[in-house]
Design a protein. Structure first.
Length: 328
C-alpha cells in the first residue's frame, strides 16, 4: 500500500478515499489498523496530529465509510519526525505528521524502496525554518554560525531542526558534513548535552531552545524564524505583528527571551504589536496605546526586558494605568 505523509488536519478526510494503509489484510469484515505517527510536543506540527487525535475526526471519517470493515487507529507519539520517516519507510506507519526536511527524506527513501510518499497537505511553512533555533550556552563566546566550524553540534538528524541547521550552515559558507561534528540526539538528550558542556551548540525546534533560554541555560545563535530574514540586511526598523500570539504561556516566555537575545547588538528599532499587556511591558522601552485609530498615549517602561522588575512599583502602576486605558 502507498505510504502517506500527513502535514495537515483537513487532509485526513481524504485518506480513506485515496491512500489508507493497514497492518491487516483488508478482507471482508476484517479489522484494519491504521497507524499514525505524530508529534505532540512539537509546536511546528501539533495541529496535524495532536488536535486530530483529540477531536477524533479521523476515526469518525473512517467509520462513515460503511465498507464492511472495522477500523482501528493506532496513534504513535514521537519526539521528532526522523523516526516517523524511518517507521514509514519500513512499512510500520501509514500516515506521518512531520516537518519539511523529514518529509523530503521520506520521499527520497520511499522512492528508493518503491513506496511512493503522497503529500496530502501543509499546515504552514517558513522557508527559513521558523520555530527552529540554534542555541549555545549563555556564557559561550560563539556569536555567529561561522564560529561553529570545528565544533560539536547536537541535533536530531533527519528532523526539521536538522534541515534548518544544514541550510543555515550552507548559507554561512560552512560544510555541514565536514566542518562540524554533528551528534544525532533526541531533543531532551541534546538539551542536557548543552547544559553539561559536552556539545557547543544545539539545533532544535520549539519548545526546547525556548525552554532553555527561559531557564537562563542558553542564548540564541541563529533563529530560523522570519526574524532571521528580516535582520539579514541590518534594517533600522522591524515590524512584528503578534508573532507569539498562538503559543502557550511557557513557550511564549521562552520565545520572548530568544527575541531579546537575537536583537541584542543589532541596533534595530522594533515595532512590536501585541494584545498582551505583560508582553508589551517586558519587551518594550515604550508602550504606545491605540484608540480610535490613532496613538492615544505613549508611556516609558521602567526596567524593560527585566523579568525581575515585574513587581517594581513603577511597573505595577504602569500596568494598572494601561489596563485602565484599555478598559480592562
Amino acid at each position: 500500500m502507498k505510504r502517506t505523509a500527513l502535514t495537515a488536519s483537513a487532509a485526513v478526510l481524504l485518506l480513506p478515499l485515496s491512500a489508507c494503509g493497514s497492518s491487516a489484510e483488508a478482507g471482508s469484515g476484517s479489522t484494519i489498523t491504521v497507524t499514525v505517527g505524530y508529534q505532540s510536543k512539537t509546536i511546528n506540527t501539533v495541529t496535524a496530529g495532536t488536535l486530530l487525535r483529540s477531536l477524533g475526526s479521523f476515526e469518525k471519517q473512517l467509520d462513515s465509510l460503511h465498507d464492511g470493515h472495522t477500523y482501528k487507529v493506532d496513534w504513535q507519539d514521537y519526539a521528532t519526525g526522523a523516526p516517523i520517516t524511518a517507521q514509514m519507510t519500513a512499512g510500520k506507519i501509514d500516515i506521518g505528521s512531520m516537518g519539511d526536511f523529514p518529509l523530503l527524506l521520506n520521499a527520497a527513501r520511499g522512492k528508493q524502496l518503491g513506496r511512493s510518499t503522497r503529500l496530502v497537505s501543509v499546515t504552514g511553512y517558513n522557508l527559513r525554518g521558523g520555530l527552529n533555533t540554534v542555541v549555545t550556552a549563555p556564557d559561550s563566546k560563539l556569536s555567529t554560525l561561522r564560529d561553529l566550524k570545528g565544533k560539536k553540534v547536537s541535533t536530531s538528524i533527519g528532523s526539521a531542526a536538522d534541515g534548518t541547521l544544514v541550510r543555515a550552515l550552507q548559507r554561512a559558507g560552512i560544510d555541514p558534513d565536514k566542518d562540524i561534528s554533528k551528534l544525532n540526539q533526541q531533543p531532551a538528550v541534546g538539551a542536557s548535552a548543552l547544559t553539561s558542556g559536552s556539545v557547543d551548540a544545539l539545533s532544535q525546534f520549539v519548545a526546547w531552545p525556548g525552554l532553555l533560554a527561559y531557564q537562563g541555560k542558553a542564548k540564541a545563535l541563529y533563529d530560523g524564524a522570519q526574524l532571521a530574514r528580516a535582520l539579514a540586511d541590518s534594517p533600522r526598523a522591524v515590524l512584528m505583528d503578534e508573532p507569539f500570539g498562538a503559543l502557550d504561556a511557557q513557550t511564549r516566555s521562552g520565545m520572548q527571551d530568544l527575541l531579546v537575545e537575537v536583537l541584542r547588538g543589532t541596533g534595530a528599532t522594533v515595532v512590536f504589536v501585541t494584545h498582551d499587556v505583560d508582553e508589551a511591558l517586558f519587551l518594550g522601552d515604550r508602550v504606545a496605546l491605540l484608540g480610535s485609530g490613532r496613538v492615544a498615549a505613549v508611556r516609558d517602561v521602567p526596567g524593560p526586558r527585566d523579568r525581575g522588575a515585574v513587581d517594581d512599583p513603577a511597573r505595577v502602576a504602569l500596568r494598572r494605568d494601561v489596563l485602565t486605558s484599555l478598559g480592562s
